[in-house]
Design a protein around this ligand. Sequence first.
Ligand code: NAP
Length: 286
Amino acid sequence: MKIGWIGLGNMGIPMASNLLAAGYDVYVWNRTPEKAEPLTSLGAVFAGSIEKAVESCDIIFTMVSDDDAVKSVYTGPGGLLSTADVRGKLAVDMSTVSRETSRFLADQCQRVGMRFVDAPVSGSVGPAKEGQLVIMAGGERQDFAQVKPLLDKLGKVALHLGPNGAGTSAKLAINLLLGITVQGVAETLLFARSMGITAEQMLTIISESAVGTPLIRGKAASILADDYPAAFALKHMAKDLRLAREAGVSSPLAESAAASYRTALEEGLGDLDLTAILRFLDPEKK
Ligand code: NAP
């Protein structure tokens, strides 16, 4: 089976690599072609255009930034849906976008006889490299069943949650918890510091406590170094909390987290990891 992969950012590269490692023929495309080099050096074929990637493949994955990016990849000039014969092919969008966009893409695909599954993921670059993502899918059950063996190469769990948009809905919910958790850790560290407890001490305590998680343990070194190279960029967290608000969430913590990440983005922290919310909240860094 030939696989198309569109979008080689922080997540797309390790995910497409796992399909290559599993023995699939993978045709990749990225807006910035140079970013395909790690994949082509492993044996992927760089398709010169989206259309070429789609023509060559039976299943096409997309993993790009946001709603505008994914719409451009599907419906823009030279996009996926302008390819001559896509009838019967399956498109799987793993980007985090709004439910409206997932349903819009499903509808646009259906018009040209293509099938569509929304399958966003939870887990960052580490789990992506290890094939340990959590994958939340929406679409026809038989389409999910067709792509499930591939999803099993990318994640430790892949759940079919309902019709198109259901995967995206679950993703917006889990990322609400992610945004709140990271802000909660940042506030805890700052409160502890104000009482003389160091970040190192407090991160050890959190990690060993009932609220310790792989997320917090994984981010500790970066927090202690005050160095935030993006695994999951803060701009994407701000986007996801905006999408959650647009989907109707209006709880106190959601409001607070959305406002924090949005303002941090406006202050220029968007390309850092989401844990840079600590730098934003720290009064000593103002
Ligand atoms: P990223 O590193 O910022 O990469 C974004 C990708 O989208 C790049 O390949 C970029 O191409 C492409 N792109 C952006 N605008 C485009 C456009 N108009 N047309 C075509 N391609 C475009 O993002 P990422 O971290 O891989 O995340 C991808 C998606 O997964 C996002 O929706 C994010 O919210 C979600 N996600 C991320 C994580 C994480 O930890 N990173 C975890 C779960 C979910 P260029 O290379 O040309 O810029």
